[in-house]
Ligand binder design. Structure first.
Ligand code: SF4
Ligand code: ZN
Length: 302
């Protein structure tokens, strides 16, 4: 079968749109879609230094490569921020992959370990957690966001980009929905132009399986090892549920994403939480103490 755009051999059939694409046209479609998302939400301004959070997985390395491709034309520069959670046997492979990849595409790269920032690794925190019902990923996520913020200040970036794709957005929406956290749904609005630190997700309109395919066709090396805590939370079940729906009703993820955009805009406007500074560490937050200090205090680590 021939590609719809150039008549080369088809390697990818986009079920929800009916397009059949060769490897080159598929890759350009991903780059173009990312560029359109960036300009639609004014994610990056000319002259910006963009800090990309690069874990070593397929999403973040593909994002770094796509942004590198368009950085010259759109006049921005890149720096890579990697967080080392301190998960034995898991992070080492990724750190090496990111280091080599950044060297290859000439991007400045720096690693921020939890142990230096918080005086504890994720594993040590989880040991202290004992039987308390807080998932590994919630603790890790709170610390990771702070570590990335720290890296952004340290590297003097204007905006932080993460590799979250459309599937991640849908899963997060459902998690927030079933936990009753409507404030966080408001925070999902991709337009972050009014926020103090802009956090952008340039892949937020691209299916996860397309990012995987992009990484393979562009020979982007990514970490094969999965985090040992990955399947502890509900996210994997939601991911499988959405994938099974998409299989029989193609395009359903795109429809759901459009609804999330509308809902998050409404909830964002009705969110009127006052920003204060954490009484322990001075970081901007909505309560008396921030989520990081809260987490560390509850495990008696600060
Ligand atoms: Fe952290 Fe969970 Fe990701 Fe593992 S899967 S790195 S614990 S957020
Ligand atoms: Zn704090």
């Amino acid at each position: 079968m021939k590609c719809d755009r150039c008549k080369n051999m088809v390697v990818y059939s986009r079920k929800y749109s009916g397009e059949n694409l060769c490897s080159m046209c598929f890759s350009s479609s991903i780059v173009n879609k990312t560029t359109r998302t960036i300009s639609k939400y004014n994610m990056i301004k000319s002259g910006d230094v963009v800090g990309v959070a690069v874990s070593g997985g397929k999403d973040s390395l593909s994002l770094l490569q796509v942004l590198k491709k368009i950085s010259l034309e759109h006049n921005f520069t890149l720096k890579a921020i990697t967080v080392d959670e301190g998960i034995p046997g898991y992070r080492d492979e990724a750190l090496k992959i990111v280091e080599d990849f950044c060297k290859k595409i000439d991007v400045e790269h720096k690693v921020y370990p939890y142990s230096s920032l918080f005086g504890t690794t994720l594993e040590q925190t989880l040991e202290i957690r004992g039987n308390e019902k807080v998932s590994s990923c919630s603790i890790c996520g709170i610390l990771r966001r702070r570590a990335i913020d720290f890296g952004a200040i340290d590297l003097k970036v204007d905006v932080i980009a993460t590799g979250h794709n459309l599937d991640d957005m849908l899963q997060t929406f459902i998690i927030n929905l079933i936990s009753g956290d409507t404030k966080k749904i408001g925070w999902m609005d991709p337009d972050t132009s009014e926020n103090k630190t802009r956090k952008i997700k340039p892949f937020c309109e691209i299916y996860e399986n397309e990012i995987v395919f992009y990484a393979f066709t562009n020979e982007i090396p990514f970490q094969s090892e999965e985090c040992p805590h990955m399947n502890e939370g509900i996210r994997t079940e939601i991911r499988n549920f959405l994938n099974s729906l998409e299989k029989t009703h193609s395009g359903i993820k795109n429809n759901m994403y459009k609804s999330i955009l509308k809902i998050s805009t409404i909830l964002k406007d009705s969110n009127n939480s006052e920003w204060r500074t954490c009484s322990k560490c001075g970081t901007e937050c909505t309560g008396e103490i921030c989520s990081v200090c809260n987490t560390l205090t509850s495990f008696r680590l600060n």
